[in-house]
Design a protein. Structure first.
Length: 263
């Protein structure tokens, strides 16, 4: 297949990523153009057989590493994100890891390939980015979970990210009471609760009185993916990977109109 045919489907996303990374259209497009010129000069750099998307982003990453990068102080984590984050003091490599995961939806294994490192460093880069975001968008997060160990793991994760845990509820009644008392900015919710009550019903009752992002973390995703009711934007299946939950928390906070108004 001609190289042009292999490149074309990925170019809009490559430009989107480069523009978000640098904060300007001109700078982002200049890096993309330099990457394409390098491929034209050495077609072997884009040899067939690899994942074309990963290979293209890796070549752009090499170009960024080899040329001085000038970035704007504000970076939108998603296209059209209402609340840009000030990451001016954050190294470009941290920005790269963050945007590759949150904007381009690469798994951490592919991010490691793109940045030519290992997943341990990618996770460390993401943790740095998450802490920077939390310092600017710190909120209280409520947990609805009846399994103590999972609830503790989630609470530790929230705290490590720089957010506050407003409390842990094990039943629907506890959840509604906790929301009234603490007014969190985000909810992490299980579906099946200790007394047979429903995390879905708890969240539905809360959302009838306010607007805030909710991430469902459940062993029963089929209960939420029936097509019979509005389905959640954020859904994680148990057992879950901590990186997945962290990324979704940041996506939920950065794209929520509630937090955009507060910012």
């Amino acid at each position: 297949m001609p190289i042009s045919d292999r490149l074309t489907p990925h170019l809009p996303y490559l430009r989107r990523y480069a523009r978000a990374l640098t904060g300007t259209q001109a700078s982002g497009d200049a890096y993309v153009a330099a990457t394409l010129e390098a491929i034209l000069m050495d077609p072997a750099a884009f040899a067939e057989g690899d994942d074309d998307r990963v290979r293209l982003f890796r070549l752009l990453s090499r170009m960024i590493a080899s040329l001085p990068i000038s970035v704007s102080d504000t970076v939108s984590l998603r296209p059209g994100a209402p609340s840009p984050v000030d990451l001016g003091a954050v190294p470009p490599r941290v920005r790269q890891a963050l945007l590759l995961v949150t904007m381009e939806n690469f798994p951490t294994a592919h991010v490691a390939e793109i940045l030519e490192t290992d997943e341990a460093e990618v996770r460390a880069l993401l943790d740095t980015a998450f802490r920077e975001i939390a310092a600017q968008t710190e909120v209280g997060i409520m947990i609805i979970e009846d399994e103590p160990l999972i609830a503790m793991d989630l609470a530790d994760m929230v705290s490590d990210m720089g957010h506050r845990v407003t409390g842990i509820a094990c039943t629907q009644a506890e959840a509604e009471k906790l929301w009234l008392e603490t007014r969190p900015g985000l909810i992490l919710a299980d579906v099946k609760l200790a007394d047979g009550s429903s995390g879905i019903d708890a969240v539905t009752a809360i959302l009838a009185r306010t607007e805030l992002p909710v991430i469902f973390i459940t062993a029963y995703p089929e209960k939420l993916l029936t097509g019979e009711r509005p389905e959640p934007a954020y859904l994680v299946s148990k057992p879950f990977h901590p990186d997945t939950v962290k990324v979704l928390i940041n996506q939920a906070l950065m794209t929520s109109p509630v937090h955009a108004v507060a910012a």
